[in-house]
Design a protein around this ligand. Structure first.
Ligand SMILES: Cc1ncc(COP(=O)(O)O)c(C=O)c1O
Length: 406
């Protein structure tokens, strides 16, 4: 039984939408992107949405709009995919890494301690779909003490008057706290539609705007549209309308627009996302209910009355196990044709960040998590029979490896 790690969800509705785009005579940014922006806005209940070609580009554009520059600091967790910190660097600022909690989300008390007069934004990561503690993060940025320390330089910073919260919600479309979507609890929420995400457009992302007054989110939406298309006032679709050729370039933008043919995939998926999310929950719960009985299985956070995850990953930790034994378990499962993964190698363990001076000893929870972590396949297409096959081999593999290597 061959089990891939995270294949995209492609059904007849996806094929129909893509075919429709391909045969429409228009395949880059146009009506499908507009429709996707509308659907996502409705789903996450934010004030405006801008589709872009990746999470990374969406985060860079958001930070550029915030006006970050050299020596400005943006707080990120050490335990995430490198894009979280890379976006900060590409926008011209410095990532300040802090450790995580046991539930894999950023440690809020560590955020408080890391804030300096240079801090311009916090970029919490909803790892595996688990929403961060945005209530507490908001309390911090809105507290008098932290606001007094805030030094606003750009127009955006002056209007906001505090540290901005931009969520890395690459994993968490559909995650909620007290019935509020993540996008409703932060200033800007950036989603990823990369190939392995809950909703995909092969590559892609969405900037979900939720700026407080006096910001005008609709106006901002128009500005983000222009800035994601080289600063050009008219997209090529509008320019194809009869006699509509004239345009201006008003600012130095990026070229990060999402093509319609890509948006078509995500459009078909978002329309049935409640179903897809429920199927993810089915798989997650089946793992959970089986593994609960093993004292060596440290289970990931499960939804409760207040907090709902988006079931993006099943990040299992094993105890006791060494890093070498964990790697052997991955190999054991690979021999059974089961693909697994590790989320994540903490950023301070990667050469780029080591060379910048980050040291893993400063992030003990991140390192301890990494050494013991194995991510199991989790997607709607997995049948119960496949899940049981994965579980059977996981348990056998763990017992064999622990016995043989002790
Ligand atoms: C937590 C996290 N942040 C950011 C990204 C980057 O997303 P994208 O590939 O859409 O730029 C990813 C993608 O894997 C991710 O997992």
């Amino acid at each position: 039984m061959k089990i891939p790690f995270s294949p995209p969800y492609i059904d007849d509705d996806v094929l129909k939408e893509v075919k429709d785009s391909l045969l429409s005579g228009w395949i880059t940014t146009g009506p499908k992107v507009n429709a996707l922006e509308k659907e996502v806005k409705q789903y996450v209940d934010c004030k405006a949405c801008n589709a872009v070609n990746s999470w990374t580009s969406g985060a860079i554009l958001s930070l550029k709009w915030l006006g970050v520059k050299k020596d400005d600091e943006v707080i990120v967790p050490a335990y995430t995919y490198c894009a979280t910190a890379m976006a900060v660097m590409d926008a011209g600022a410095k990532p300040v890494m802090v450790d995580i909690n046991n539930d894999l989300t950023i440690d809020v008390e560590k955020i408080r301690k890391a804030i300096t007069p240079h801090t311009k934004a916090i970029l919490p990561v909803d790892l595996g779909g688990i929403p961060c503690d945005y209530k507490k993060i908001r309390e911090i940025v809105e507290s008098k003490e932290i606001k007094d320390m805030f030094s606003a330089e750009s127009e955006t910073q002056k209007t906001l008057g505090r540290i901005m919260i931009i969520s890395d919600s690459a994993h968490s479309i559909g995650a909620k706290i007290s019935n509020e979507n993540v996008a409703q609890m932060v200033d800007i929420c950036v989603l990823s539609f990369h190939a392995v995400k809950n909703i995909t457009s092969a590559e892609g992302g969405m900037i979900c705007l939720n700026l407080p007054k006096p910001f005008d989110n609709e106006k901002l939406h128009s500005w983000f549209k222009i800035m994601s298309l080289n600063g050009q006032t008219k997209d090529s679709f509008s320019k194809t309308q009869l006699s509509s050729w004239r345009y201006d370039v008003v600012d130095r933008g990026l070229k990060i627009n999402l093509p319609d043919v890509n948006a078509a995939i995500a459009l078909a998926q978002i329309r049935k996302y409640d179903y897809l999310l429920n199927e993810r929950k089915r798989v997650f719960d089946r793992y959970y209910n089986c593994l609960e009985k093993y004292s060596w299985a440290v289970l990931p956070f499960k939804s409760n009355q207040e907090i709902q995850t988006a079931y993006h990953l099943f990040p299992l930790r094993l105890n006791p196990i060494t890093e070498k034994q964990r790697d052997l378990l991955i190999e054991y499962l690979a021999k059974k044709e089961i693909a697994t993964n590790v989320h994540y190698i903490p950023m301070p363990c990667l050469t780029l960040f080591k060379n910048m001076g980050y040291e893993i000893k400063d992030y003990p929870v991140a390192y301890d998590t990494f050494k013991r972590e194995i991510t199991l396949p989790l997607y709607p297409q997995l049948t119960n029979e496949q899940v049981d096959y994965i579980l059977k081999n996981l348990v056998e593999g763990y017992n064999t490896i622990i016995k043989e290597n002790n």
